[in-house]
Design a protein around this ligand. Structure first.
Ligand code: NDP
Length: 292
């Protein structure tokens, strides 16, 4: 069997097109331009690439993009003051603080200082609570992108066995909540899980969010299962730098029914969902109908 490739790049282009349509309507009918502020502290090279890409795509869909690049030594009080200013800025509907933050800054404190209505990453404790109780919230972008691709591929996820490998607050846990919300039977596996291969082999849906290059081999996968590979790992192979996921694409694509590639799978969907969340935040802030 050769797995169907779930084309995240094409899917994301479609999401961005819809977002651009909503942005145009907000401008024409209400004179409102959705605005996204991204805050980057320090010079982490991967974060710089993400922030550049987010800014570019924000502008491409017609939204206002504001970038705040702060020195790695920025104090917590200065960062909190900036967030307070953005919280009170009516032209800013979404605020994203790029993680990870330098060690001297308290990540939880910083994230929880963002106005939950502008927390387009969905990491604020209020949004985490709303999601886990099935209430309207801001949903973290990476898991939201995964869910959209799964819904598109399967139609209805009800009753399917899903295994999420990884239990981070930004991917694993919200992913599990979303799958549970769609009535999957959800198992979360992590570094202490016993006989992980047997756990994964039961799954109709596998979401790998581990951060270990090509950790999941084909013989862990139930034939025909759908595999969503969240991992982005930079490795060196044959003297070249390469991006690989958390699943071993070569062997897994021979067993799975469908698979997301790396690059070109989950990655592009994450930014597309960030843009979608910003439009949603803007619509809510102005008491307008939310985009679907
Ligand atoms: P974290 O490091 O925060 O979490 C990794 C999780 O994997 C932990 O829960 C850890 O378990 C688990 N884990 C580690 N080793 C093993 C193992 N041997 N077996 C089973 N589980 C294990 O990572 P993130 O969730 O932030 O990110 C995961 C991956 O997704 C990374 O490659 C990251 O780059 C990528 N990513 C991609 C995004 C995208 O847009 N495509 C966005 C965000 C992340 P434990 O809790 O027990 O330590």
């Amino acid at each position: 069997m050769t797995a169907q490739i779930i084309d995240g790049k094409a899917f994301a282009a479609n999401v961005r097109e819809k977002v651009a349509g909503h942005v145009a309507r907000l401008k024409e009918e209400h004179g409102i331009t959705p605005g996204l502020a991204v805050v980057l502290v320090g010079e982490d090279p991967a974060s710089q690439v993400y922030v550049r890409s987010k800014g570019k795509q924000t502008v491409e869909v017609g939204m206002k993009s504001v970038e705040h690049k702060l020195d790695a030594e920025t104090s917590e009080s200065d960062l909190l003051a900036l967030i307070d200013q953005l919280n009170n800025d009516d032209e800013i509907h979404g605020i994203l603080v790029q993680l990870p933050l330098p060690k001297h800054l308290d990540e939880d404190l910083v994230i929880n200082s963002i106005n939950p209505a502008k927390d387009v990453d969905g990491f604020h404790i209020s949004n985490v609570g709303l999601l886990s109780t099935g209430q309207k919230s801001m949903v973290p972008c990476t898991p939201l992108g995964c869910l959209m691709m799964l819904r598109d591929h399967h139609g209805n996820l009800s009753g399917l066995d899903a295994v999420v490998i990884g239990r981070s607050n930004i991917v694993g846990k919200p992913m599990a909540q979303l799958l549970l919300g769609d009535s999957c039977t959800v198992t979360i596996a992590h570094s202490r899980t016993k006989d992980i291969e047997d756990v994964v082999r039961r799954a109709d849906i596998v979401v790998a969010a581990v951060g270990r290059p090509e950790m999941v081999p084909g013989d862990w996968i139930k034939p025909g299962a759908t595999v969503i590979d969240v991992g982005i790992n930079r490795i060196e192979r044959d003297g070249k730098n390469k991006l690989v996921g958390d699943v071993d694409y070569a062997s897994v694509s021979g067993v799975a029914g469908a698979i997301t590639p790396v690059p070109g799978g989950v990655g592009p969907m994450t930014i597309a969902c960030l843009l979608a969340n910003t439009v949603t935040a803007c619509a809510r802030a102005n008491g307008l109908a939310e985009p679907e």
